[in-house]
Write a protein that binds this ligand. Sequence first.
Ligand SMILES: [Zn+2]
Length: 332
Amino acid sequence: MLSLKLPRLLSSNQVPEGYQEQGILFGYRHPRSSATDCLLSVFQMTNETLNIWTHFVPTWYFLWHLAGSLPPRDGRAGAGAWPFLAYLLSCCLYPFASSCAHTFSTMSSRARHICYFFDYAALSTYSLGSALAYSAYIFPKEWVNSTFHYYYVPIAVFNTVVSTSLSCYSRFLEVERSRFSKASRTLAFVYPYLFDSIPLFYRFYLCAAESCTEAVIRAHYKHTALAFLTCFIFASHLPERLAPGHFDYIGHSHQVFHVCGIIGTHFQMEAIRMDMTERHDWLLATSMLPSALQTLGSMGICMAVSLTVIGLCSVSLSFMPEPSQREKLHGH
Ligand SMILES: [Zn+2]
């Protein structure tokens, strides 16, 4: 039977400090697993299994949406679809990078860091994908072609560089300053989200002031509420913090964080699609829809810089002692 050949799972005090998760006491894979063991662990119930599946399945869901939107239709009806395609691509990338990171993160300490560098870079790319779609389809009418609108995407590109750098750097602080590491990583993802959402928040404000009943605003409320819930769950480590050991395999905060994030992305995609359809003629008339070159150029810059940051951080890992070595030095 397959289950008999699967590697033994470990408790939190049997794995190095950098691998331990708050409130999760058992179900850890060996910190030096082979690639095959990591792949097999996808079918074994460990404390990472649902983290892997909750992002692997949605990757295919968003790929299905991306494939359904390709190729962009020619002519007027398909004009300006590129930012939506770039957004959908970023929606496929971040769950895919995350599921790979959760699968292979136990090969070694170095592999773990590099896996999560890619995970963070993909999340930053998603924030740029959102900014591209927001700039093209959801900007409040009063702000279209304003100075803020003009600099919105370039600032979002800059934010992805800062976000990737800060989140990757936070891993270097993980063992010695874990609270500061977690806080800086949360900030690295929250602040590009808040920046991206400025035009949306202004539309919420206008809608509240005018007591509007637009269905699209209700759709935007849904994904915004889920984004705040996702951030709260990520930062709070609930529920396992209240009952350590009870949510090791099912129901711990990271799984809930994945699920809420994906549902939020689904609502965000639907809201963007509604705005794109409802405002298409008006958007074309304002000639504000970016070309393929502008859209793909921004994504290309973001990905190239993120890969450079990952390369630099990966090289710097050589100067960081392995957690296990550190533990020996400290006599744990
Ligand atoms: Zn994750």
